[in-house]
Design a protein around this ligand. Structure first.
Ligand code: ATP
Length: 584
């Protein structure tokens, strides 16, 4: 199964740049506030340096101490206030950017062509909408602001140190190569380790839930020992991958700590030596050493948020990747001149080299009821998908009137042809909302008529709040048959000219299915109905029957003509009738 694409670094960078451009003024204001706060945080060390100078020169008076303590007090209050405002701004900005990311991602997901989603499988999309969004949320809301703040603090502290004494500052740089090299190594070796760790968790929980869900099968086939061994293997893999990342942290953290300690020690020794030789004042030595202690914290945050930022970048690449898939369906097109549907020499393959439709030609007249029957795997559902324009043929054409389905915009296409299969979804919401998806402007009368057309009115009216009853996991749970009726009612409301029903009544019992089909036909007078059916009463009631075998039309005619022909259909019909006496 091919996955959805992942955006390359250039595309991710371009996307991030666009985001920054859009929010530039808010970002600049937030960083300025942080810079002001960081500036306030620099004042105490400077004041302590001054006090040390006065003490060394025996000029420390109680008046000076009062002034300095006042400055310390005011700068601390200002630091707290500015930090609060800056942090508030950064969280607001983080939330705004994250909301925008999520909305843009949702738009790209909704714009994905159905075929792409089917090809990639829902697992990939689901993991992007959950895991990647979750990871990105951490990055955008916390990691990115914290990291930027740490960069601002570290830079300002470095500038302050250099202003106080460039000579003394040099000693603090001794830890930079150690930090740089060890962090590079850590990221190089730890990142794949974290990826492996996450994958091992996913595999382990997958194995456990699969075993629990399939407990009966596991029991029936005595697979307990095999599953146990598999889970044990998964746990072992998780254990070793965790051991690996733990080892990485065990080496990296102490290295970083030692680098910080080394920076403080060398700065203290070097600036002390400079002060002793009167190259700098004792106050400058004190201030610079305090700044080195102070800078350790933002540098620590800069390096420790780096792997979170990397995870965020990976997730962003996966989210932006979804928007790379473009729907090549046109947005404008010409309305067809009539509603005749023609398939001309159509070939189609799910996998290259394996055609499932082999040069199939078929004309469906407007207003006709056509039943498509045939053995399993003959290609009936594939015909349905091509008729509904979900897929385009590999060669040949599928046309409504004089327009190829593939060249029609989706909204226009759905006015002409729509498909209902066995798979349908009930959304959380009322019965009314579930139906109105197909026609938002529908009034209650229309909703009731649509429900009546699919024999669902009786049970819907018996619900506590009628059409306003909540459905879905939190409300009334409909049966598969009822869900099928609601899907058909949506189709009645959207009222396309041609309806393709692929086993759309399979969940209903045969008698109810036949009744529903008949009431549908009464409502859909004048509409073309293509019904793909296992139950041959559908074929019996249709205007024409098309028998598909091996991706080709084997027989085509009315029920009576095909029975008289005594071919494939006649034998299907007689065996079906023998199974269901009194079926017609
Ligand atoms: P059934 O009555 O069992 O639903 P059908 O006549 O509707 O069968 P199709 O579902 O159209 O047959 O399938 C035709 C062929 O295409 C089958 O061989 C099937 O295995 C194959 N096929 C269907 N869907 C896919 C897919 N998504 N990927 C690959 N092959 C597929």
């Amino acid at each position: 199964m091919s996955q959805l694409p992942v955006a390359d670094t250039a595309a991710v960078r371009a996307y991030a740049k666009r985001l920054i451009r859009q929010h530039r003024s808010r970002l600049v204001r937030m960083l300025s506030l942080y810079a002001l706060a960081a500036f306030m945080a620099l004042i105490p060390a400077y004041v302590i340096g001054e006090i040390t100078n006065y003490a060394a020169d025996h000029q420390l008076t109680s008046h000076r101490i009062t002034i300095d303590v006042g400055i310390l007090f005011v700068s601390s209050i200002l630091y707290a206030g500015l930090s609060f405002l800056a942090r508030r701004r950064s969280y607001l900005l983080g939330e705004t950017v994250f909301a925008q990311l999520r909305e843009e991602f949702l738009e790209s997901v909704l714009a994905l062509p159905l075929v792409e989603v089917e090809r990639a499988g829902t697992g990939d999309l689901l993991s992007r909408t959950t895991n990647d969004i979750e990871a990105l949320s951490r990055t955008v809301r916390f990691a990115m602001p914290e990291w930027l703040v740490a960069v601002v603090q570290a830079l300002l502290t470095l500038i302050a140190m250099t202003i106080v004494s460039p000579l003394a500052t040099v000693a603090s740089l001794v830890s930079l190569p150690i930090l740089f090299v060890s962090t590079r190594y850590y990221l190089h070796y730890a990142t794949p380790g974290y990826r492996r760790e996450r994958m091992s968790y996913a595999t382990m929980s997958g194995s456990v839930s699969e075993t629990a869900e399939g407990a009966r099968t596991v029991d029936a086939h005595r697979l307990g020992a095999r599953q146990g061994k598999r889970i044990e293997g998964n746990i072992r893999e998780s254990f070793y991958s965790e051991m690996y990342t733990m080892l990485m942290r065990m080496v990296w953290f102490p290295t970083i700590e030692s680098a910080f300690a080394l920076a403080v020690a060398t700065t203290l020794a070097w600036s002390g030596w400079l002060a002793l030789h009167h190259d700098i004042t004792i106050g400058a030595a004190t201030t610079v050493t305090l700044y080195v202690v102070q800078i350790n914290d933002p540098i620590d945050r800069i390096v420790s948020w780096l792997d979170e930022l990397q995870v965020g970048q990976m997730s962003l690449a996966r989210l932006v990747g979804v928007s790379v898939v473009r729907d090549d369906r046109p947005t404008e097109g010409v309305e067809p001149s009539n509603e005749t549907i023609t398939m001309n020499d159509v070939r189609y393959a799910y996998r290259p080299g394996f055609d499932v439709l082999n040069g199939l030609s078929l004309t469906i007249r407007p207003g006709e009821r056509l039943a498509i029957v045939g053995p399993s795997g003959a290609g009936k559902s594939t015909i349905g998908r091509l008729l509904a324009g979900i897929d385009a043929p590999r060669s040949g054409t599928v046309m409504v009137g004089d327009v190829a389905l593939a060249s029609m915009p989706l909204a226009m296409l759905r006015r002409h042809v729509a498909l209902v299969t066995q798979e349908h979804h009930i959304f959380i919401g009322t019965v009314r909302e579930n139906l109105a998806l197909a026609k938002p402007e529908a009034d209650d009368d229309e909703i009731v008529r649509a429900l009546d057309a699919v024999d669902a009115l009786e049970w819907v009216q018996a619900l506590p709040d009628g059409i306003l009853t909540e459905l879905g996991t939190t409300g009334y749970q409909v049966s598969p048959a009822q869900a099928q009726q609601l899907a058909l009612a949506r189709l009645v409301l959207s009222d396309p000219h041609t309806l393709v029903l692929d086993e759309a009544t399979a969940m209903l019992d045969p008698r109810a299915a036949r009744h529903l089909e008949r009431s549908l036909v009464a409502v859909l007078r004048g509409r073309t109905v293509v019904a793909i059916a296992h139950r041959l009463h559908t074929a019996h009631d249709a205007d024409r029957v098309c028998v598909v075998i091996d991706g080709r039309i084997a027989e085509l005619g009315t029920h009576d003509e095909l029975v008289a022909l005594n071919g494939e259909y006649a034998s299907l019909w007689s065996s079906w009738r023998n199974e269901k006496p009194g079926a017609s």
